[in-house]
Design a protein. Sequence first.
Length: 215
Amino acid sequence: MKIAVLASGRGSNFESIAKAVKSGKISGEIAVLIVDRKNIGAIERAEKLGVNWIYVDPYGYSSREDYDRKIVSILKHLQVDLVCLAGYMRIVSEVFIESFPNKIMNIHPALLPSFPGLKPHEKAIKYGVKVTGATVHFVDNGIDTGSIIVQAVVPVSPQDTSSSLSQKVLELEHRIYPQAVKWFVDGRIEIKGRSVIVKNANYSTLPIVPALEDF
Ligand code: GRF
């Protein structure tokens, strides 16, 4: 199975997936890392890991759709089966989604449907929630609205800042994202309307549902 990762920044989630593939925990290959910015951590990590990366300049295209058409053509050329958005700061257009139906995943550092979009940790603290977390979901036309694959819960203490919270959540992101990819690659994910079911998974324990098996 061929996996592509799209990133715009630091790239720590990209690295967690790439390492799981390299170690053989996920049986597939990372076909490419596509980035929409230069000089980012994700590129450095790709070079260290020996992953092929491509920069596609967003300013070279007159619309979001044209930009996505270019990306889709690269992904199709490489025969990519699964696309993972990992800190990718662009909203993907219908063109992209229709080319990879139920084959685009994203990770969002909140318990969706709470706090979609930008600055979720700030929003969580401002709201005063006592738990937050991370969600891996399929991508649909909305912002962080697609069907949920796995969620991890983290407690919020009165001392937490958005940076301390993001650190706690990030540790779990690095476990649930590769796990979701592995479930997909192993053919364990069943989609029924909005509901995503991981076959034979354990849905009865916190803090991660379904429970992690490999990470
Ligand atoms: C992560 O918190 C991810 O959930 C969010 O953006 C951040 C990206 O971090 N979508 P990194 O680039 O993977 O280190």
